[in-house]
Design a protein around this ligand. Structure first.
Ligand code: CA
Length: 538
């Protein structure tokens, strides 16, 4: 990355160029730069100085040289599009001047051809976590109430209010109650092949390490997703066997249609009574010192802008490498945001089999999008474009850098759970939708979530702490009580990528230990679980 500044002015014009071959750079200044602004030459720039011919908004691209019609526009060293007309040096290069390239085919990709750079193990870092009977570690101590169907959501919500007011004060070691409500469970083609995705997602979320293996279910009774289909015998027995909740193998289910229930309050009483059993055991949990390798971190971005790939995502990528060096598990996701970088990812796969799994998931996504008559370009939002991202190719190049530089060791299909021996970097195949990606990463077993944003989003989850990283100092300043880390300092020139990466790493250990709350936790900002259901509804 090279930056160009003119130190003579109080707020010098600042542009950022990502790669030596780039023929565009982005404007970093808050509020953009006016036409007529003189840019000093960036290090290695092909022109000595440049006069802006248009006003260029912050995050948007300026042509560093004349670009002929049909020639590639290069950012991150790759063509993000081809010029639809001649573009003079100094012009604003916006999406209407670009023809987006077609996605690369999924044939003849490099398979595990690029060895990851050697990285020394990182030892000595720990956090205070809740060790579970199955070996997993929680960062919070929460009672989760699993629901088989949306029909029970209202009754469960009423019971949760009573649990919070009547029971929680007696169990000070429990951080809260999480109602796992969702729109699935009935009125769906439950035997369709795609139904496996929402069902295993919900199953695996119930087993998230932050819930301590205390699985309790509220069911209506007549729904398609019967409790034993959601949690078959043997799938949920991770509770501490020294103090079993019930005879081993018996699932704790409150069924609202049970004949024993007479009246609404009888249903509520049943849920509250069962919650009390689980809360007693959760309250006995204590934090203990565990190695940083017990972190299971999901990274994603949302509300991205042109700075995402310059500041926040590279800092997260640096931190991803630190976590991998510490032996932790890190997953990145968002199928449509890696599709244009597939060749980079298959080359970085640890084995040809991992590369083939990446291809399998992205081929599935291509076909899924095609059924809806769209492709990966349906991803970009009006906010992305206002933030300077011309198209999905440019967005993808900035998104992928969250994954750092380590080899990709494993690939999870949507809703699958990472095993404790699946260390290092994984690709968890998910849609890029913030809520669906977060929900699927919860199912994969994450105990900490990192979320980067340039436009700004108050995103948060009830089940795990979400650390939000701002791409720009202006956002971090305005949203000072929503953003946990400001990576805009990288564009301002006051911090390096590695400085923010280490800041994030230390913050992760503090948040995982419960020593610090994220802003989303402080304000209890909880987005809904959104299950990915590729199967039909009926
Ligand atoms: Ca996202």
């Amino acid at each position: 990355m090279t930056t160009s500044t003119s130190p003579a002015m109080t707020r010098p014009p600042l542009t950022i160029r990502m790669h030596d071959s780039d023929n565009v750079a982005i404007v970093a200044n808050d509020g953009g730069l006016a036409a007529g602004t003189v840019l000093a030459a960036a290090a290695g720039s092909p022109t000595p100085e440049l006069v802006l011919l248009d006003r260029v908004p912050q995050g948007h691209k300026v042509a560093l040289v004349a670009i002929a019609a049909g020639a590639p526009v290069l950012r991150y060293g790759i063509p993000i599009g081809h010029a639809l007309q001649d573009i003079a040096a100094g012009r604003w290069v916006h999406e209407r001047l670009l023809q987006m390239p077609a996605a690369r085919g999924l044939e003849n990709l490099p398979l595990a051809t690029q060895a990851a750079p050697p990285q020394a193990p990182l030892t000595g870092f720990t956090f205070e976590g809740y060790r579970n009977a199955d070996g997993s570690v929680g960062t919070r101590n929460l009672l989760a109430i699993t629901q088989t169907v949306q029909c029970v959501a209202g009754v469960t919500a009423f019971a949760v209010q009573r649990i919070q007011s009547e029971l929680l004060p007696r169990y000070p070691n429990v951080d809260g109650v999480v109602s796992l409500d969702h729109s699935y469970g009935c009125g769906v083609a439950i035997d369709a092949p795609g139904a496996v995705v929402p069902i295993r997602t919900l199953r695996h979320i119930s087993l998230n390490p932050n819930f301590g293996g205390e699985v309790m279910v509220v069911s209506l009774g007549c729904e398609k997703l019967q409790p034993e289909r959601l949690l078959p015998p043997g799938s949920f027995a991770i509770a501490d066997e020294r103090q079993p909740a019930a005879p081993l193998g018996a699932l704790d289910v409150t069924c609202l249609q049970d004949d024993a229930h007479v009246g609404f309050m009888s249903m509520v009483d049943s849920i509250v009574r069962q919650a009390d059993v689980h809360l007693q055991r959760l309250n006995a949990r204590r934090r203990e010192t565990v190695p940083a390798s017990e972190l299971v971190v999901g990274v994603q971005c949302g509300g991205s802008d042109a700075f995402s790939g310059v500041t926040a995502n590279p800092a997260v990528g640096y931190c991803t490498d630190l976590l991998v060096r510490a032996g932790a598990r890190v997953m990145f996701s968002e199928n449509t945001e890696v599709r244009d970088g597939i060749a980079q990812l298959t080359a970085r796969a640890a084995t040809p089999e991992v590369a083939q799994a990446l291809i399998r998931e992205l081929a599935w996504t291509d076909a899924y999008l095609q059924r809806g008559s769209v492709d990966r370009s349906a991803n970009t939002t009006p906010g992305n474009k206002a933030g300077g991202l011309s198209n999905i190719v440019e967005k993808a190049m900035g998104s992928i850098v969250k994954s750092g530089s380590a080899a990709i060791n494993h690939v999870l299909a949507p809703g699958e759970k990472l095993r404790t021996d699946q260390r290092g970097l994984s690709y968890a195949a998910t849609p890029a939708s913030d809520f669906i990606c977060g929900t699927l990463q919860l199912a994969a077993g994450m105990n900490l979530h990192v979320f980067t944003t340039g436009r700004g989003t108050p995103y948060g989850l009830a089940a795990v702490p979400v650390i939000k990283v701002a791409t720009r100092s202006d956002l971090a300043r305005r949203w000072h009580d929503l953003m946990d880390v400001n990576a805009g300092t990288i564009a301002d020139g006051t911090a390096r990528i590695e400085d923010v990466g280490w800041e994030l790493f230390h913050l992760m250990l503090d948040v995982a230990s419960g020593r610090r709350q994220t802003w989303a936790e402080r304000w209890k900002l909880h987005n809904a679980l959104v299950l990915f259901n590729p199967a039909p509804v009926t």
